[in-house]
Design a protein around this ligand. Structure first.
Ligand code: C2E
Ligand code: MG
Ligand code: MG
Ligand code: MG
Length: 283
């Protein structure tokens, strides 16, 4: 009986693995068409100035509205786009669209903010990426200093020497660089200096246990203190409660991002938030 149950479990397991592989393959082929058919859109999540409570930037997060499967998470399709190379074209689209949204908000009288765009490892390692992004920013009429590029430690570690030279090229073009999901990768602290990063984003796995968990307290305190000594701006990701926000503010974390403040929003809703902020500042 045990044996039969075991085999049934194994069969179910291999069927699930197989279904996953089939879905992956299908999404890989559909990704290219999706770009042509404009099935992607961007949502924008505000980052809040911890002292004033106003919005200082938005992070652009791509969404795939699949005609049959509905909304598919970037956590699922970005790795596929990365493997198949579609990420280069998709990433160009994301960047252009984020810059264009910023231009539209400026024109509509929203408070002047920046936008962060995520860059995958493969995009970072494209030899002409800095030139192409600078050209897109210029075409949209947006100063590069308002377009922060978020890179993960893992992306930097794939080819550290070349990645460092790519980061230098992007910085020479005027783009600020943020290290995303900080603390989850394997980069050594000396790399922080080497790469000339502007901003650290504390991964949300360390924010989750605040303000009670002793390990998370030790980790976030250390990251904030280190960022201050190195002169880096610091953002906490995944802030879900008022208690987490209060703790991080007390610690001296400059920017806060998470569901406690806002989920990622469609462009029109993001603009509405910006106009509220502009009104509050004027009043
Ligand atoms: P990320 O860059 O670390 O983005 C933050 C993710 O955390 C987003 O998930 C966001 O919706 C989610 N999040 C924000 N606040 C909270 C919170 O309080 N609690 C929880 N539990 N989650 C929160 P999303 O949009 O599903 O994106 C997942 C990842 O996909 C991103 O992680 C990023 O690595 C990647 N991604 C998204 N858009 C792009 C893109 O345009 N290009 C590239 N290369 N990667 C992207
Ligand atoms: Mg990010
Ligand atoms: Mg992150
Ligand atoms: Mg992440």
């Amino acid at each position: 009986r045990v044996k039969r149950g075991g085999r049934g479990g194994l069969e179910r397991f291999s069927r699930e693995i197989n279904e996953q592989a089939v879905r992956r393959l299908r999404l890989a082929t559909e990704l290219r068409l999706a770009l042509r058919d404009q099935q992607f859109c961007l949502h924008f999540q505000p980052a809040i100035d911890a002292r004033t409570g106003s919005i200082c930037a938005f992070e652009a997060l791509v969404r795939w509205n699949h005609p049959v499967d509905g909304m598919i998470s970037p956590a699922e399709f970005i790795p596929i786009a990365e493997e198949t190379g579609v990420i280069n074209e998709l990433g160009d689209w994301v960047f252009r669209e984020a810059a264009a949204a910023l231009g539209r908000w400026d024109a509509a009288g929203g408070a002047r903010v920046g936008v962060s765009v995520n860059l995958s490892a493969r995009q970072l390692l494209q030899p002409d990426i800095a030139m192409r992004l600078a050209e897109s920013a210029r075409a949209a009429g947006i100063a590069p200093r308002r377009l922060t590029l978020e890179i993960t430690e893992t992306a930097l570690m794939r080819d550290p020497e070349f990645a460092a030279s790519q980061v230098r090229r992007l910085k020479r073009r005027g783009f600020p660089i943020a290290l995303d999901d900080f603390g989850t990768g394997y980069s050594s602290l000396s790399y922080l200096k080497h790469f000339r990063i502007d901003q650290l984003k504390i991964d949300r796995s360390f924010v989750r246990g605040l303000p009670g968990d002793r390990d998370d307290i030790a980790i976030t305190r250390t990251i904030v203190a280190m960022a201050r000594h190195l002169g880096l701006a610091i953002v906490a990701e995944g802030v879900e409660t008022a208690a987490q926000a209060a703790y991080l503010r007390e610690l001296g974390c400059e920017m806060l991002q998470g569901f406690h403040f806002s989920r990622p929003l469609p462009e029109a809703a993001a603009l509405a938030c910006l106009r509220e902020d502009a009104l509050a500042l004027a009043g």
